[in-house]
Design a protein around this ligand. Structure first.
Ligand code: SOE
Length: 385
């Protein structure tokens, strides 16, 4: 019997979310709204929120709309009213929670990067494959795939509008660590976060590049650095930063295109500039998340007199996901990417299909991240993925 069949009527799905910081807040928003805008085979019910500190978890549950609270995530797996577990915790807990949830027969949505190491990600893939045999599904949450402009970019590449792909240029620039006195956070501890800018935001551009081109990275050459090696804790004493502050890498995609990537939290003035450009033999595409409702397209077939990058405002009902939202020109934001992610997840679960990106794809990204770290530690030598 699948999870879906255990639910009376089979048309709702009890969801438990673990973690209630930034990702928990944005996932909650998406869980609340997804069935109001998308026609889905299953409507989510926000039955429980998991958080270790009871008072804070209760406050978050009330604010975000979760019906109950558990302080031990294991209790969520024992509940019959929970059919899906949404993991919004730091990376060091992903493998343990996801494997246990899948073994308990719960569908799993897991925040990115999938895990803190390749070994953990491999364990998660094995658990996901075993669970899939029982109709239990899993997905890794690469939300930028669900930016309509990036989905459209993938569509145009797949339709051959760019011809043979030659270059992919991807950057993810933030600046929230530029101030050397800003305090230590879990994101700067290797044992919690796995890596720094590389895993946190580099993972997004690796996934976006592979998603848009439909190709896989087959090898990389990396350089990483940690600019500020010690930061103050709340108490005032200093703590060592054990992750990278920036990662720059080149790579080759499976069909031959050459790719460059840069992930940093020190690009002063850049807040969330996740950008991607693809150049092919027939055309080019350019995207910048800070103008996320736009995709720039250069059609190489245009006469040179009038040729130029053309701005496509991605708000038409023909564009991916847009039919569910507002009239043309009424733009979407960051949170909608998570709503789209859940719409795709629930549609796949309802259809008894494997949602994408699955854990195997999350593992492939993890292998790229590991290869970049290995290359950086080995004098920037080429490492196959
Ligand atoms: C922090 O750098 C962060 O919140 C990432 O963890 C998210 O994945 C990204 O979307 C925004 O920045």
């Amino acid at each position: 019997m699948t999870q879906q069949e255990t639910e009376p009527g089979g048309d709702t799905l009890g969801v438990a979310m673990i973690g209630h910081a930034f990702m928990g807040a944005v996932h909650s928003q998406a869980w609340r709204s997804v069935a109001r805008f998308f026609d889905l085979p299953l409507a989510p019910r926000m039955v429980a929120l998991g958080g270790r500190d009871e008072r804070r978890a209760k406050e978050a549950a009330e604010r975000f709309g979760w019906a109950s609270v558990e302080t031990d995530w294991r209790a969520l797996l024992e509940r019959d009213d929970v059919q899906l577990v949404d993991i919004c915790t730091p990376g060091d807990t992903h493998a343990e929670i996801a494997v246990a949830a899948l073994e308990a027969g719960k569908h799993v949505l897991c925040e990115k990067p999938l895990a803190n190491s390749v070994e953990e990600a491999e364990r998660m893939v094995r658990a996901a494959e075993r669970a899939a045999e029982r109709g239990v599904r899993s997905m890794v949450a690469f939300n930028y795939r669900r930016v309509p402009a990036l989905s459209l970019a993938r569509r145009l590449v797949a339709a051959g509008r760019l011809g043979e792909l030659r270059h992919v240029r991807a950057v993810y620039l933030q600046d929230w660590l530029s101030d050397a006195t800003s305090p230590m956070t879990w994101r700067l501890r290797k044992e919690r976060a796995g890596s720094g800018a590389l895993g946190d935001i580099g993972a997004h551009i690796v996934d976006a590049a592979q998603f848009v081109t439909g190709e896989q990275l087959v090898g990389v050459c990396g350089l990483t650095d940690t600019f500020v090696r010690r930061r103050p804790r709340g108490s005032g004493e200093m703590e060592e930063v054990t992750v990278d502050d920036c990662a720059v890498f080149t790579g080759r995609l499976s069909h031959g295109a050459v790719a460059t990537f840069e992930a940093t939290r020190y690009a002063l003035g850049r807040k969330n500039a996740m950008r991607l450009e693809v150049n092919g033999s027939l055309g080019s595409l350019a995207f910048d998340f800070e103008s996320m409702n736009e995709l720039w397209f250069y059609d190489g077939a245009e006469p040179s007199e009038t040729a130029g990058f053309r701005r496509i405002v991605v708000t038409e009902p023909e564009h991916p996901y847009l039919g569910a939202w507002w009239p043309p020109g009424h733009v979407l934001g960051y949170e909608h990417t998570f709503t789209h992610e859940l719409a795709d997840l629930l549609t796949a679960i309802g259809a008894g299909e494997q949602p994408q990106p699955d854990f195997a794809e999350g593992l492939r990204v993890q292998r790229v991240l590991q290869a970049v770290a290995d290359s950086a530690a080995d004098g920037s030598r080429w490492k196959p993925v």
